[in-house]
Design a binder for this molecule. Sequence first.
Ligand SMILES: [Zn+2]
Length: 405
Amino acid sequence: MEDADQICRVYFSKPGLRIHQRPVVNAVLAGENVIGILATGGGKSLTYQVPYMLSTGITVVVSPLIALIDDQVNGLPAALRESTVILSGDNGMLSKSISQAVVGAGRCLIYTGPEKLSHFIRSQTLPAPVIRLVLDEAHCVSEWGNTFRDAYLLLPTLWEQLGKPQIQAMTATASESTLNDLMSMFPVSFTVIRSSIYRSNLFLTAIEHQATEHRDNHLQMLIRNRVGPVIIYANSRSYVDRTTKWLCNLGLRVEGFHAGMSLTDRGEIQKRFIAGQTDILVATIAFGMGIDKSDVRHVFHVEPPSTLEDYQQQVGRAGRDGDSSWCVVFDTMNKRRHRNDALRSATKLAQGNDRDSFSYKLLLRKHALERFLKLGGCRHNHLMVYSGEAPTKRHCGHCDNCCGR
Ligand SMILES: [Zn+2]
């Protein structure tokens, strides 16, 4: 029988599993329910694709974004693609494709969003047992479950309807509360496997300016001195449009990206950035999940993101090739005051509320971000402690506070 490393070599042209992938794959192959927290760029997909190739039956991968699914499936080796079905379109036809894969390969890898999965299994019977349910970008279960992706709340029911298969939940960021949300969703025990989130090639800086003009001047200076591709994050579409226009006027190869654009436009913009035809991408949070561009050298936030989880995800898109990269989050005094006033009022109002409620936990996440921004100590250490890791060094040498800026 083939083993995991052989699968890596034969089908994925990789020398073998990487050090962080191995414990996850071993636990999955041992039949355990696994929550795997692998740093961005740690190769999460391989940790369920390799076990898939070593199993018979159906593996269902629930992923939050169709664009992300398309990218992943397009990148699959031919041997896997042949038995892979994306749940999109007519249910009858999909059923037929799944049966063909099961007959031909003895297995089928189904990629789907939670909504479509629910819709599909209401009307169709699967031709073989589902042996594994994979939750990709599993932090969405917690962050989105109670907001605009109600379908994530269906996951425990869907899991039962699929015959209570093994669960493999993969994410790049999971604070203790996200982890607890995930674990309390399913009545099974999980093995939690966490690789360190510490990325020594990322230089983290947070800067507060008195006024937006100072911030813009500073950003402009950093952009002029850039050494490679840049992602600039902003929280609103209007801010993205304004920043894109401003940088365009400076003669830079820049494009904007946000959820108000059509899927086709977004796909094209993304492709141009990945291909290096655009140097700078100004984006909302809508950009980046599952994007495979290894040489992003700078991630700038023109304003702080909403939570520390968002921050971690977004800076995690820099330097996936392991080379030095720079992440700067800008803030302005007025905005910070307004934010903190609003946060104080919301926290006061929430006193006495259910501490397990989503809104209460969101407040805690916002407080965590504010603490990170005005922190005097090591930023990497702060992120590690927030993610439940023990900090390894007092001074990392890779953040503004440790280097005295
Ligand atoms: Zn540090």
